[in-house]
Design a protein around this ligand. Sequence first.
Ligand code: ADP
Ligand code: ADP
Length: 232
Amino acid sequence: MIEVSGLRKVYRDRGREVVALEGVDLRVREGEIYGVLGQSGAGKSTLLRCVNLLERPTAGTVRVAGQELTALGEAELRRARRRIGMIHQHFALLSSRTVAGNVAFPLEVMGVGRAERARRVAELLELVGLADKAGAHPAQLSGGQKQRVGIARALAGNPAVLLSDEATSALDPATTQSILALLKSLNRELGLTILLITHEMHVVKGICDSVAVMRDGRVEESGTIPELVARP
Ligand code: ADP
Ligand code: ADP
């Protein structure tokens, strides 16, 4: 579902070159939850942003759902990104809009009509357990509820893939568990493929089928959880 090959990303920082990714290969199968684990600065966030081309790789290719994103121009890329949802550590909600308004936002951008939008928003809020919060504003919600809004918004375009950027890092342990359980159930029930980055081993152990461990811009090791546990 996601194929990353020979990915390299070099940033230029005040005339100095920073190699954020070097020779990264990743293969995420359809329907799996794939975790990228690593310490701060390892290159996880750069990798995630290269998968939906928010960041242009310096070299290498990215394929999502059979489409080579690295070969697309900006207009085609905007269309392709609709099939790739993303959730964020600090939720990235619009504070002036209601919960329903946040979830409706990507649908408005896609040009979905009013009636269909209302139907879809209600369905998405139901899916994440927030049907009773449609009219609330983000400031009135707990962290876990905000992330549920983020998840509903990410699913609005009916994506094949969900990218998660440290989605539970700002949440307390109990709320983290409930968000991880929600992601797992969306994975099972919708067949949603999830690529998540985290610095927390317990997140990987909790819900991932496979994992890549990153250090200094490279993948140190990767495989299914049982494979990695079995290695000496
Ligand atoms: P992680 O998500 O694992 O913390 P990042 O992908 O954020 O790692 O960062 C990888 C490396 O790239 C770090 O050395 C970081 O300082 C550098 N880096 C990230 N973004 C930029 C940028 N916009 N400009 C310059 N260097 C960057
Ligand atoms: P905002 O004022 O934050 O932009 P809107 O009231 O315009 O939010 O609602 C955005 C979308 O959500 C619209 O498509 C609307 O039909 C839908 N919507 C609004 N309130 C609800 C609700 N209580 N339940 C379900 N959907 C709603």
